[in-house]
Design a protein around this ligand. Structure first.
Ligand code: SF4
Length: 121
C-alpha cells in the first residue's frame, strides 16, 4: 500500500506544499513548482539532511559571537550531536569567514565554519 507524506519545500520562499508518495520502490512528488521541490521531496524521505547554523563565543573580538554553519548538509539524525560540538567551542579573534571552528563535527566528515569575519576589538 502506498504511503503519503505531506511536506513543505524549504528551498525557496514560495514554500510549495509537497505530497510525496512512496509505493514500494517508487517515490513520486506532486505539488512542486520546480525540479528542486521534487529533488527535495525525494531526498527528505530517503536521506534527510540539513545545514546546521549557530553562533560561537569570540574572545577579544569586536562582536561577542560569530555566526557559524556546517560547510555542507549533514544527516538530520546528527543535528543534536553537531550542535553539542558547536556549543563546546570558543574562538579567539580575529576570525575569518570560512575558518574551521569544529573539524569533522560529530564524525560527520563535515566541518563547521565561520560565516563572517570578526576583527580584534
Ligand atoms: S518546489 Fe521550487 S518553487 Fe516550490 S518552494 Fe521548492 S524550490 Fe521553491
Amino acid at each position: 500500500m502506498a504511503e503519503k507524506k505531506e511536506l513543505t519545500c524549504i528551498n525557496c520562499p514560495l514554500g510549495c506544499a509537497l505530497t510525496v508518495t512512496i509505493d514500494q520502490n517508487e517515490i513520486t512528488v506532486t505539488g512542486n513548482t520546480c525540479p528542486r521541490g521534487e529533488a527535495y521531496g525525494k531526498k527528505e524521505v530517503t536521506d534527510p539532511t540539513r545545514i546546521v547554523t549557530s553562533t560561537v563565543p569570540v574572545d577579544g573580538g569586536d562582536i561577542a559571537r560569530v555566526p557559524v554553519k556546517t560547510a555542507s548538509d549533514i544527516p538530520k539524525g546528527k543535528i543534536f550531536a553537531v550542535m553539542e560540538s558547536i556549543h563546546a567551542v570558543r574562538v579567539q579573534a580575529p576570525v575569518h569567514i570560512g575558518d574551521v571552528v569544529v573539524k569533522d563535527a560529530a564524525g560527520t566528515g563535515v566541518d563547521v565554519v565561520a560565516a563572517r569575519d570578526v576583527s580584534v576589538a
